[in-house]
Design a binder for this molecule. Structure first.
Ligand code: DHK
Length: 147
């Protein structure tokens, strides 16, 4: 794809590797980024993380103007942010919602995702490897859309 894929990560994911490893594993965000870049092959990739909601929204707007697909792990904003949902609704390409854990096997506060109302597909529970699956799936969907 000529346009980049955007992989966006929400709050606390900068702490991957040491953050509740029994839930999120020991893979660091830098290692996740490397897995995503390998999965993307020759398609460029914008890999970003922020603890600030407005930054994620600004990056979604950037993807609207120039990205081929979005993979997003909104983390806790998944369950709270109508602003992120509203931004994602403007994105014309495929959106993969990604969670390292299976949010539906966790406490009920993790069961209702706003983001799912805009997502093309959802991957949850595959651990850090889910990012590579999400990137490959997003690219396949973007290529099918462009064909
Ligand atoms: C990551 C987080 O930071 C949590 O707030 C979500 C998600 C789960 C994940 O599984 O990647 O509840």
């Amino acid at each position: 794809m000529t346009k980049p894929i955007y992989v966006l990560n929400g709050p606390n994911l900068n702490r991957l590797g040491t953050r509740e490893p029994h839930l999120y594993g020991s893979t660091t965000l830098a290692q996740v980024e490397a897995m995503c870049r390998e999965a993307a092959g020759d398609t460029s990739l914008e890999f970003r993380q922020s603890n600030r909601e407005y930054e994620l929204i600004d990056w979604i707007h950037e993807a609207i103007d120039g990205g081929c697909a979005i993979v997003i792990n909104p983390a806790a904003f998944t369950f709270t942010s109508m602003a992120i949902l509203d931004a994602l609704k403007m994105f014309p390409g495929p959106i993969i919602e990604l969670h390292i854990t299976n949010i539906h096997r966790r406490e009920s506060i993790y069961h209702r995702s706003y983001v799912s109302m805009a997502a093309t597909a959802i991957i949850a529970g595959l651990g850090a490897q889910g990012y590579a699956v999400a990137v490959r799936s997003a690219l396949d969907l973007a290529r099918a859309k462009a064909a």
